[in-house]
Unconditional design. Structure first.
Length: 56
């Protein structure tokens, strides 16, 4: 899939902006998958809970 559509005349400015926005989002690094991080996210555990010495 290319960034440019086959016919620029058929693409509205809003469609172009949405396509560029999606391309920018896809280019960002993704969060890590699997392991402890994903289990904590699924369980709804706050990130600081793994460091009990950080809480008062």
């Amino acid at each position: 899939m290319t960034d440019e559509p086959p016919d620029d005349a058929a693409e509205t400015p809003i469609q172009r902006a949405l396509r560029l926005k999606k391309a920018a989002i896809d280019a960002k690094p993704k969060p890590p998958r699997g392991g402890k991080f994903q289990r904590q996210q699924a369980a709804g555990i706050a990130a600081g809970k793994s460091k009990p010495w950080m809480s008062k």
